[in-house]
Each structure stands twice: as C-alpha cells, then as structure tokens.
Design a protein around this ligand. Sequence first.
Ligand SMILES: Cc1ncc(COP(=O)(O)O)c(C=O)c1O
Length: 391
Amino acid sequence: MPDFNVIVNRKNTSSIKWDYLEQYFGQEDALPMWVADMDFLAPPEVSKAIMERAAHGIFGYTNRPPSYYQAIMDWLAKRHGWDISRDWICDAPGVVPSIALSVNTFTQPNDKILIQSPVYYPFSQVIRSNNRELVDNPLQQVDGCYRMDFDDLESKLASGVRMAILCSPHNPVGRVWLQEELVRFGELCLQNNILIVSDEIWSDIIFSPNIHIPISRLNQDLAANTITCMAPSKTFNLAGLSTSFCVIPNPMLRKRYNTALESYELDLGNVFGITALEAAYANSESWLDELIHYLEMNLEFAQAYISQYLPEVRIIKPEGTYLLWLDFNHVGIKSSQLKKKLLTEGKVAISDGRVFGPGGIGFQRVNLACPRSLLEEGLQRIVQTVTTHRK
Ligand SMILES: Cc1ncc(COP(=O)(O)O)c(C=O)c1O
C-alpha cells in the first residue's frame, strides 16, 4: 500500500516546484504549493520498470512497441468506457506541445481561437505566441459552481472562430463536465464548423460520484471533429518524462497532425517515458485508486480547515484534479497585496488567480497533492497571513 504521508525531499532534483522558487516567485524559502505535480513517489511498478530498463545501459533510438499502444487502449476502455483503435493514437512529447502543434497545423495566423477562462494559462500563451486571436467565453459562477455560458458561446462561435480549446476536466475550477454540457458545447462547435481540441490531461483524477466523459466518445460527429490530448503525467506524477498522446479518430486530421509532428522530428519517444507509460497504465491502477482516496481526504481536510479559520474565503469544491480554487475577494486584502504577503510573510508559494484570466482576480489556486502534514503547514501559513492583514 502506498504511504502518501511520507515526505520525500525534492530539493536539489532540479524540480521546478521546489528548486526554482527564486526564479518564479523571487522567494527561495517558500513552501511550494503551485505548479501541478505531486510530492508523492510515482507508483512502485513504474519506478521498477524504469530501473530495469536503466540497468540495461543502452539508451539508443527507441520506438514505442505494440504493448505501449495496447496499454493506452486498455486504459481508456476500462477507466473511461472509450474503445479506440490503435490507429487513432498519435504520439506527442507533451499536451501543451500537441496543442501548439494543432494550433499551427489547423489554423492560420490571425485566426480566432476560443477558450473558457479562467483556464490553464498556457492556452492563451500558445494562442498569442503563435499570432492567433484569443476569443474568450468566460465561465459563469452560479451558486458557487462554474458553468459554461452557452448564450455567449453561441455568439462567439458564430463570429468566425476556427478552433475551440476545451479543458476537460477544467483547471483551475475543477469542473468535471456533465454529458449535457459536453453535448451542447460539441454541437455548437459542429454547427459552426469549429475544430475542438480537448485537453483531457486531468481525466483520471476524478472524485466520486463524478464521471469523466471524453467528448470524442459521445458520438461519431464529435469523434470526427475532435483532437483529444491525454497523458499519464498528472495521473501518475510523470510530468518530467515528457510523454503524452493524442487520440484523433478522423484520418484526415490525423494525417495532418502526424505530418506536422514528423516535420519537427518530434515523433520519436523518450525511452523512459515509453517504459513508464506502459507500466503505469498496465500495472498501477490500484495505486491510482489509493491516490484518489488520499486526495479526497486532503480536500476534506483543506475544506474543514479553511471553513474554520477563514470563513470569508469561498471554496470552489473541485469535482476532479488536485487543485483547490479559492476566492479571497471578501477578505479585504487587495489581490496584489495578498500575493506579496503570502510569499514574503507567509512563505507559501501558491498560484495567483490572475494568470488564469480576468475571472481569476482575487482567487488563488492551491495544489493539494502533498503529504497531509505539508498541506496543514501550507494552510496554516495562509491562515496566519490573512488573519494578520484582513480588515
Ligand atoms: C489542463 C492542463 N493541460 C496541460 C498541462 C501540461 O501538460 P504537459 O506537461 O504534458 O505539456 C497541464 C499541467 O498542469 C494542465 O493543467
């Protein structure tokens, strides 16, 4: 049984989360609860497979074997009820790179691309850095829960948008979209002839009773119109292995995607990433179930702690992901001040909501994927800082 309470020292491993705080926050000694990786050991089956492969000692050019693709197909069938063919799987060195590749392959400079903010900020970075025009369909908050604004979506999609990037489940607000929401989103895209890029990197970290539905699974028209980006990296804490994949059922889209991938010579894989993906999907399912249980307990702990000590902070309860989206708009501290105080006085590094778009003003995102004692320490620091400065 994995013991997620164990604290593993990640300092001096070139970890972005732990070793680059000075660079990203200007505060080296903060407790990091920001970038989305976990302070937990990867599943033992994954480490064992990597060590066995490392023991061989030769790391030359390596292809992905049939068992690699089979592991993906089996995983999607058993965890998401999605039966896919081997042909539909396209290789990728990461989800953000495959979104960038899709933007470049399927749209032209100045084309409009739609996102739903507040959302994972590389979406807007990729759109802008590739000289495309960002169109925002902001999520709405209804009774403390985020929903898609379909009236706004309908009018924005009809304004010449070429591609829509869906975040499903949604980072940072933690929504696991319902079937009816996905159907409506998908149909509006189909009616307007808009290609969907669905980022489903969080699809495996779902809290009961929510269920992740790959939008492409819903019907043949959506399958033909969607590029689904997935990876084992969030699920099994493998982000440093740069290994992901896309599922593209439409042969024409697939051909164009693969041609672009090959044109950058990005189709070859990383030997340890290949080994790890297979070991994770084929042998680490029970580890994941334990992880989800631990994360649910961390979420409960954080909710109880915040409700007790900072009742004016609104908690947006995530239905999936290990990210907690907190609304500090009613604590009486300006968000620029709050960020500074949390860092310099509280010594805790969390993600300022503003980077996720205008709807993130006054919000902070906390990464819950750490041993409970670290979570408690981080929450204590947040509470201490806010109680010292609130009006
Ligand atoms: C929604 C979303 N997509 C993509 C990524 C990163 O994917 P990759 O590291 O494979 O580029 C993240 C990481 O936090 C994410 O939250």
